[in-house]
Design a protein around this ligand. Structure first.
Ligand code: NAP
Ligand code: MG
Length: 496
């Protein structure tokens, strides 16, 4: 099911049905704000315009979510029943996985094979997992004096706004929706401008699976209008956000200026991959480079900094450059392609700018260039870049969100740690070594929400995902995510 085959994906894309209107209260509606005019980064082809939500439209979506919540059609049904509906939703997504994968590939440029094998598989798994978890949430009954009874229960928070990015459009959405819905909330989803088609189709499948109207609403639109309206809405209880640090902090501001709603920001990263002297250099460098170039480098966890002992720096640069030269972009609709298009011309220009400035600052270009790559006419492609830099170079500090690897030499372990911890971010880090003591000690000292040891990007629904410092404090996945969308309630009962 999750294996992409055939060579007719371009023909299928040409006749792919795309939803172009807002989805409120189970009904397609025209948006009253300026329509989006998306283009496919694969070939620059114009896609159908999408109606977008104004603040008044967002208000209607929030009211629909609130009405559904208060009616109890979802919030007060048996958790087991909610779980079964989420599992039915997962099955619907599974049955429509090829269409959804193709929609993602068309709208944001990742290879259709990747969209299907990795993204859709993860999305189905996520909804299933939280569907299974829905009736396994336990409340507490603390010990109190014999004449009283205390219950500590978890109540759904109410209306949740989910605002997500385009890089893993449906995975990020599933990470928000599945736990929020599992515990009984209603949701309003604001997808990224570049990936609204897949989100709209998802909402339709939720209705087909039997999830009641109003429980999941989708308001496409710009961040400035639709995103902000959700952030400032006084009847939204929780915002769960994945995106850039600047916008994440804006949501904290919207909350402060409105109703003090809970905001869960999951922001960018600048993952350091720290190779210790005893590590297998070839393996560590190849995995790090792959982890930096994966999804065209548009990944919050991208292993964009490779830290190696100074005496192994030249060799590391050579190996990384070799990976870069053999990981060139190609047509996302070809099932043999593993690197697709950059999401937009704007993003492409931003990535190229980082490379130009790194060269101007004295960075050593070991592979690639600041020029665009030509894979499909009219598309936005960029070949991977490897740069030898110092920790203070801009490219070693800021999130590029493109396939650009910074290779940095360190002198000793303390130096390596201070470089690894020396950015504003703290999402993830990787360590390469077989020295158990070093691994354990260093992983504790790395200021990151996730540390991978002798691997990269491994994980499971059972483990939390999120960062520290400038990477925000929200956590997706695992049972911990359920806590974000519930309130603790204490009920004290006098017995006599
Ligand atoms: P972004 O520009 O911050 O956008 C994220 C979402 O916020 C989009 O839906 C966007 O709408 C909306 N938005 C933008 N400006 C807004 C505003 N002023 N008020 C309210 N909402 C607003 O991020 P992106 O470019 O889509 O994604 C890249 C970023 O996401 C990177 O920094 C990356 O590291 C981060 N990311 C983090 C994780 C994680 O789990 N930690 C995972 C993936 C990505 P528009 O579509 O209109 O821009
Ligand atoms: Mg954006």
């Amino acid at each position: 099911m999750f294996t992409a085959t055939g060579d007719d994906w371009a023909e299928r894309a040409a006749v792919l049905p795309l939803r172009t209107r807002m989805f409120i209260d189970g009904v397609w509606e025209e948006g009253s704000a300026e329509p989006l005019t998306p283009v496919s980064p694969r070939d620059g082809r114009a896609l159908p315009p999408i109606g977008t939500a104004s603040a008044a439209d967002v208000d209607r979506a929030v009211r629909s979510a609130r009405t559904a919540f208060e009616a109890g059609v979802w919030s007060r049904i048996a958790p087991r029943e909610r779980g079964q509906l989420l599992i039915a939703f997962a099955q619907k997504i599974h049955d429509n996985a090829e269409e959804l994968a193709l929609t993602i590939s068309l709208e944001m440029g990742k290879p259709v094979r990747e969209a299907l094998q990795t993204e859709l598989r993860a999305v189905v798994n996520c909804f299933r997992w939280y569907g299974e978890a829905a009736d396994k949430v336990l409340d507490e009954m603390p010990v109190t004096a014999p004449n009283s009874l205390a219950l500590v229960t978890r109540e759904p928070a109410g209306v949740v706004a989910a605002v997500v990015p385009w890089n893993f459009p449906l995975t990020m959405t599933a990470w928000k929706l599945a736990p929020a819905l599992a515990v009984g909330n209603s949701v309003v989803l604001k997808p990224a401008e570049q990936s609204s088609f897949s989100a709209l189709r998802l909402a339709e499948l939720a209705i087909e699976a039997g999830i009641p109207a109003g429980v999941l609403n989708v308001t496409p639109g710009t961040g400035q209008v639709a995103g902000r309206a959700l952030g400032e809405h006084r009847d939204v209880d929780v915002v769960t956000f994945t995106g850039s640090p600047d916008v994440g902090r804006m949501f904290l501001g919207y909350s402060a200026a409105s109703n003090g709603k809970r905001v869960w920001p999951e922001l960018g990263g600048k993952t350091a991959s720290l190779v210790l002297p005893d590590a297998d250099l070839e393996r560590a460098v190849r995995s790090t480079a792959d982890g930096c170039f994966y999804n065209q480098g548009q990944m919050c966890t991208a292993s964009s900094r490779l830290l190696v002992p100074r005496d192994r720096y030249d060799r590391a640069l050579e190996i990384a450059a070799d990976v870069a030269r053999t990981s060139l972009p190609a047509d996302p609709f070809d099932v043999t392609t593993s690197m697709g298009a950059i999401v937009s011309e704007r993003q492409l220009a931003g990535i190229a700018g980082f490379v130009e400035r790194a060269e101007a600052e004295g960075g050593e270009l070991a592979a690639g260039s600041a020029e665009r790559f030509r894979a499909v006419d009219g598309g936005s492609y960029f070949a991977p870049v490897v740069l030898g830099v110092t920790p203070r170079h801009e490219v070693a500090q800021r999130e590029v969100f493109g396939p650009v690897l910074s290779v940095i030499a360190y002198d000793d372990v303390d130096d390596a740690l201070s470089i690894a911890n020396g950015t504003e971010f703290g999402l993830a880090a990787a360590l390469w070594s077989n020295d158990l003591t070093a691994v354990h000690t260093l992983s504790r000292r790395l200021r990151a929400g996730i540390v991978w040891v002798n691997c990269f990007e491994e994980g499971d629904m059972t483990i939390p995902f999120g960062g520290v410092k400038g990477s925000g404090f929200g956590r997706d996945k695992s049972l911990h995510a359920l806590e974000k969308f519930t309130d603790l309630k204490t009920t004290w009962i006098e017995l006599s």
